[in-house]
Design a protein around this ligand. Structure first.
Ligand SMILES: Nc1ncnc2c1ncn2[C@@H]1O[C@H](COP(=O)(O)OP(=O)(O)O)[C@@H](O)[C@H]1O
Ligand SMILES: [Mg+2]
Length: 785
């Protein structure tokens, strides 16, 4: 672009503008003309007519051309700027004409009144010479001066003047012509000067144009510089970017290198690890192999050692044996030697003996006669002995016969014994029935250490030394209507009364017959009745109470009966009736009062089953202690005050005794029920509430139900209604109360005066039970039949 502007070819305008030099030449000729005087009108006219219009035309028509060329040049460089350029040119052209106009004024003022019209006058090129003449040259000069010129120039006009006489008229004509010439010359000069001015203007405008071009060029230059700068900046930016890119590239290269190195290192590490692992594996394998081989070697060695040992021992044994054999052989040898020696000796002896024999033979032959006689005597004795053996065998047969007789007799006796046992059972039962199927014993417990003697009630045992069936109590003080205070003596009689000094063993002696009845296949119920603290539990379930004693007796008797062909199995249950609910005292204590147990009666076989209860096989007499302890523990878990719970519930120890006689085929099934009743003290229902009231009501009801059942049994009505179902206890004991079963009621008595009221109540209740004896008399009669 710069080049385009710098190498711009010379503007056509410039080329078309008349060159200063050329102009000057023309002017020189014109000047010459003017100097030589006024040129012939024809030549000047011809010049004027031939000059002016084309120049003007050329100037106006050609003026835009350079612009056009410039525009083309620019458009060639940057087509986007064409219009701007054109515009700028147009403006500059306009500006130029404006400036031309302004300058024209200036010029006019300088040149004088000869101003030209804008229409433009034809201007001859040569007229420039006239305008370039010194000032005042265009102004017509006086004639005098002309003379001088004429002389100098030597033109024809002057010649004529010199050559001819002065002719005024012709001179005036000439002058006028001259004047006209001058005027036309002046106007021509003015026109020329105008043309020159135009040219000057053109030049000026050209200069302006050039300046504009210059400024444009400098602008362009500036722009280009700016562009250059921006290009530089961009270049710098590009270089920066390049550098950055290079740097990034280097960084990424470094990164890649690093990563590559890391990868290589990792790969190398992995390879190393792998190698190590393989080496380890290999080592491990080697070790295993080695171990295996060592093991095998060891085993082999051990086997070999064993073999060697075996061989050694074998060898040793062989050696020993050989040694022994050797020794034996040596001994044999020695023996043989001895034998040999012996034989030798024997031989010697033989020889000697032979001699002796020979000697003896003589003697023997002499004796043989004697011997023969002896033989004969012996034969005779043998014959005698043989006759005695027959007698002996006869005696043996006799003994055998006697033995057989004895065995038969023994069998007969055993048979008799078994029969007698059966009879005994029957008789025993008859005795028990005679004693009464319902019996009442009374036991007064001793006073305890904690109880002061002063608090004792007045209890006496009138027939203490005889039957021991009576008890008398001094009743509470009573005021008669007369005001006298008296105390009534209450006398009660029972099947047996035990004084406080009586021990459990003695008490048991009295009941052991009932235990025997249970073994014989009867159902037996033994109750302990009385207020709390009267000694029921002590009598029944203490470790030397009725329960353990009964179990021990049963064992002893059962063992004794084994000789008579009886085998017994014993099963124990221990249950509790609490709040009219049945609990298993041998079960899980957590289930107490929660688990439901039902009582089921097999009416045909007269058997009672309690559902879901634990049955303990009493394989040994010691088992009963375990049972009692477990029951006590269960009760203590169920209640914080175990004693209180036990005194407010009935506990029933059920012992089933099943006997089988494998000789006679007899079978017996008896049940012994040992019942520790709840405290009989009549608690006032008005004082009790809630659970306590319920408990109290249940105890009262069950105890009175027991009394009712016994009373009903006592009435002895065959097929009469017995209210077993009125309480859980009587329902449970249904098959052990009544019928041919035996019932024993212990009425327990506290010796304390404070308990007198309850004692009297208990004794009255027991008396009622005792009075049911009558019932059994009937059956007794039937037994007799
Ligand atoms: N015959 C007796 N000999 C000695 N102590 C007895 C006798 N009878 C009862 N006891 C004692 O009297 C207390 C109350 O007896 P217990 O059997 O618990 O009464 P219950 O069971 O009727 O409430 C206990 O300490 C017990 O050891
Ligand atoms: Mg008790």
């Amino acid at each position: 672009m710069e080049n385009a502007s710098s190498s711009q070819p010379p503007s056509p305008t410039r080329s078309r503008i008349p060159k200063v030099g050329g102009g000057l030449k023309e002017m020189t000729s014109a000047l010459a003309n003017s100097r030589s005087g006024i040129a012939p009108p024809g030549s000047i006219a011809g010049k004027i007519s031939g000059m002016a219009p084309p120049t003007r035309t050329r100037s106006t028509t050609h003026a835009p051309e350079p612009t056009k060329t410039t525009g083309t040049t620019i458009s060639r460089a940057a087509s986007g700027k064409v219009h701007n350029r054109a515009n700028s040119y147009a403006s500059s052209t306009l500006g130029r004409s404006a400036s031309t106009a302004s300058r024209t004024k200036g010029f006019a003022s300088t040149v004088g009144p000869g101003s030209r019209s804008n229409t433009g006058m034809p201007r001859p090129h040569s007229s420039l010479a006239g305008t370039r003449k010194p000032n005042g040259h265009s102004i017509p000069r006086p004639a005098t001066s002309l003379d001088t010129h004429q002389e100098e120039d030597g033109t024809s006009v002057l010649g004529k003047r010199k050559g001819t006489d002065w002719d005024q008229e012709s001179r005036e004509k000439t002058m006028e012509e001259f004047y006209k010439k001058i005027i036309s010359g002046v106007s021509q000069a003015g026109q020329e000067s105008f043309g020159l001015k135009e040219t000057v203007e053109l030049y000026k405008s050209r200069v302006n144009e050039l300046e504009e071009a210059k400024s444009e060029a400098s602008e362009q230059n500036l722009r280009l510089r700016v562009e250059l700068e921006s290009m530089k900046v961009r270049l710098a930016a590009a270089e920066e970017a390049l550098r950055n890119a290079e740097r990034n590239h280097e960084i990424s290269l470094d990164d890649m290198n690093k990563r590559y190195r890391v990868d290589v290192e990792t790969a190398r590490q992995e390879a190393r690890n792998e190698q190590d692992a393989q080496a380890r594996q290999h080592d491990e394998n080697m070790r295993q192999l080695k171990r295996q081989l060592e093991d095998e070697l060891d085993n082999e060695r051990a086997a070999r050692l064993r073999e060697i040992n075996q061989l050694n021992s074998q060898t040793a044994m062989d050696a020993q044996r050989s040694q022994i054999e050797l020794q034996a052989k040596e001994r044999e040898f020695a023996a043989l030697q001895n034998d040999v020696q012996g034989l030798r000796d024997a031989l010697d002896r033989e020889r000697k003996g032979n001699q002796d024999l020979r000697h003896n033979l003589d003697t023997a032959s002499s004796n043989s006669v004697t011997l023969e006689s002896s033989i004969r005597a012996l034969k005779a004795r043998i014959e005698f002995l043989e006759s005695g053996r027959e007698e002996q065998s006869q005696a043996f047969e006799q003994i055998n016969q006697r033995m057989m007789d004895a065995v038969a007799e023994t069998n007969a006796t055993k048979d008799q014994l078994r029969k007698e046992e059966t009879l005994r059972r029957k008789l025993h039962n008859q005795v028990q029935e005679l004693k009464g199927n319902i019996r009442v014993f009374c036991r007064v417990r001793p006073s305890l250490r904690s109880e002061p003697v002063t608090d004792m009630a007045q209890i006496q045992f009138p027939d203490d030394s005889e039957d021991c069936k009576e008890i008398s109590l001094m009743g509470p003080e009573e005021k008669s209507s007369l005001g006298t205070v008296s105390r009534k003596t209450n006398v009660f009689s029972f099947d047996r009364v035990f004084a406080p000094s009586t021990q459990n063993a003695e008490v048991f002696d009295e009941i052991s017959q009932l235990v025997q009845s249970a073994l014989d296949g009867y159902n037996v119920c033994i109750f302990c009745y009385g207020q709390t603290g009267s000694g029921k539990t002590y009598t029944m379930s203490s470790l030397d109470g009725m329960i353990p004693r009964a179990v021990h007796q049963i064992y002893e008797t059962a063992t004794g009966l084994q000789d008579k062909g009886w085998r017994y199995t014993m099963e124990g249950n221990f249950v509790e009736v609490y709040n009219e609910n049945l609990n298993d005292l041998l079960g899980n204590p957590d289930e107490l009062d929660k688990k439901r147990h039902e009582i089921r009666h097999d009416m045909q076989r007269g058997k009672t089953i309690i559902t879901d209860v634990n049955t303990v096989q009493l394989d040994s007499p010691e088992m009963v202690e375990t049972i009692l302890k477990r029951a006590a523990a269960n009760r203590s878990v169920a209640a914080t005050k175990a004693n209180e719970r036990s005194s407010r519930s009935h506990s029933v120890f059920i012992l089933k005794l099943i006997g089988q006689n494998h000789i006679t085929g007899e079978r017996s099934e008896g049940t012994l029920n040992l019942v520790d009743l709840a405290g009989s003290e009549r608690l006032s229902q008005s004082q009790a509430t809630g659970e306590r009231l319920k408990e109290t009501q249940n105890i009262n009801r069950s105890l009175s139900s027991l009394g009712d059942v016994i009373a009903a049994l006592g009435q002895g009505k065959d097929g009469g209604h017995i209210p077993y179902r009125n309480s859980k206890l009587t329902y449970l004991l249904q098959f052990s109360l009544g019928g041919n079963s035996k019932t024993l009621m212990f009425v327990m008595v506290s010796p304390l005066q404070a308990h007198m009221g309850e004692t009297l109540t208990s004794l009255k209740f027991a008396t009622k039970v005792h009075n049911t004896h009558i019932g059994t008399a009937k059956r007794q009669a039937r037994v007799r039949e």
